[in-house]
Design a protein around this ligand. Structure first.
Ligand SMILES: Cc1cc2nc3c(=O)[nH]c(=O)nc-3n(C[C@H](O)[C@H](O)[C@H](O)COP(=O)(O)OP(=O)(O)OC[C@H]3O[C@@H](n4cnc5c(N)ncnc54)[C@H](O)[C@@H]3O)c2cc1C
Length: 365
């Protein structure tokens, strides 16, 4: 492999996975350029829980303080039937050797992404670059963009999401699989949650049969992230009416229904919940996958972004240590595939009012 300072690394996609990869490599003194199709980098509104292994990555990358101040500490998750019948209240799993880290840090995805981007040098961010073709020549790849630009890279990192065009071109078709569920998501103010939000930042999941409503407090923003997950028909951009949404939540208690009734339809983003099957192979000699492109999973375990962050760290470590690009990519995928496969499978379990744990992952650690 060329010396680390000569390596040409192209990251395609500037979401949480791609941005994390650029920051993780920068922390190792290795330059990487990020190519994003959108004219600006940003995330649609949803809260996520940052887990302890991801926090360790931020510490290594020098981002910990910047991210920590945008988060709020959550010690418990609850699963609730009706408006108030708590049948599971469980501490977040530790997931690292540090037993004091038995909690999650709740954050808005946009705040996390903005912080990552702020740590990427401006000349390494290339917006309005939609990849159209990647030609894998073994020892390097050629990347073509819709704007006419063509680049060569020694390593291409496909951080281009669940519908990854690079995955399809280089590793064969692995189509997204629809779970049978739609998610309606919105951000509302603390007042709009009608007293249902918790002062202790507990992530609450209200369940009614196959339907669930998540209330995830975002204390730093004085907002609550609402996620209504219900069975529905597939479309990448489903047409939605308020009546359809209200019909799907009629089994919930009156306060939950009222919260949802009060949200304007234009403030609700509806998406199909899809994942992919665990893949046997993520890499060629010079192209690899990261984040949702490698292992898109359903949101049930709250691990998609966390896995993307931890992929980025493992990839940067592997590139820094290996003698060749091929060796780096093989070591990276060997390290990351078992854990991401586990979470892909666990994430197919939806919360129900018969659940015995809020964290099926606990049985595995
Ligand atoms: C509502 C919701 C709640 C979630 N909750 C959690 C949680 O609590 N915890 C958690 O860990 N995870 C959670 N996740 C999952 C997490 O958000 C995703 O797994 C994560 O954001 C994936 O990041 P990514 O960078 O791999 O992909 P993406 O965010 O999809 O980014 C891909 C990027 O690639 C770009 N791109 C695509 N094609 C091209 C192209 N041809 N050329 C150039 N650029 C391209 C896209 O524009 C995009 O910017 C949640 C997800 C949702 C939707």
């Amino acid at each position: 492999m060329k010396s680390k300072s000569e390596l040409r690394i192209a990251i395609i996609g500037g979401g949480i996975g791609g941005s994390s990869a650029a920051v993780a490599l920068k922390a190792k003194g290795i330059r990487a350029d990020v190519y994003e199709q959108a004219p600006a980098l940003g995330e649609v509104g949803a809260g996520i829980g940052i887990r302890p292994p991801s926090v360790n990555c931020f510490k290594k990358w020098g981002l910990y303080e910047d991210i920590e101040r945008l988060t709020s500490r959550s010690d418990f998750m609850e699963i609730i039937a009706g408006d108030d019948q708590v049948f599971i209240k469980e501490a977040w799993p530790v997931l690292t050797d540090d037993k004091s880290e038995a909690y999650a840090r709740l954050i808005h995805r946009a705040d996390l992404l903005d912080t990552l981007i702020a740590h990427i040098p401006a000349d390494q961010l290339h917006l309005n670059h939609r990849l159209t073709e990647v030609i894998d020549n073994g020892d390097h790849a050629e990347v073509k963009f819709a704007n006419g630009k063509i680049i060569e890279a020694d390593i291409v990192v496909a951080a281009d999401g669940i519908r990854s065009p690079i995955r399809a071109q280089v590793l064969g078709q692995h189509d997204p699989i629809f779970s049978g569920y739609l998610a309606h998501r919105a951000l509302i103010s603390n007042d709009a949650v009608l007293g249902m939000s918790s002062e202790e930042n507990i992530l609450r999941i209200y369940v009614d049969g196959k339907n669930s409503v998540y209330l995830l407090p975002l204390e730093c923003r004085k907002q609550v992230s609402v996620d209504i997950t219900v069975p529905g028909k597939f479309a990448w951009r489903p047409e939605m009416t308020k009546e359809l949404i209200m019909e799907s939540v009629k089994g919930f208690g009156p306060t939950i229904q009222k919260i949802i009734e009060n949200i304007n339809l234009e403030d609700i983003v509806t998406r199909p919940l899809c994942d992919i099957e665990p893949m046997d192979k993520w890499s060629t000699k010079c192209v690899t996958l990261i984040g949702d492109a490698a292992h898109a999973m359903l949101h049930n375990q709250g691990q998609g972004a966390n896995m993307a962050i931890q992929d980025a760290d493992a990839l940067a470590e592997a590139i820094a240590k290996a003698e060749t690009a091929e060796e780096a990519l093989q070591n990276y995928e060997k390290q990351r595939k078992p854990i991401t496969k586990l979470y892909q499978n666990l994430s197919r379990l939806f919360p129900t009012d018969e659940a015995e744990t809020a964290f099926p992952e606990k049985a595995h650690f």
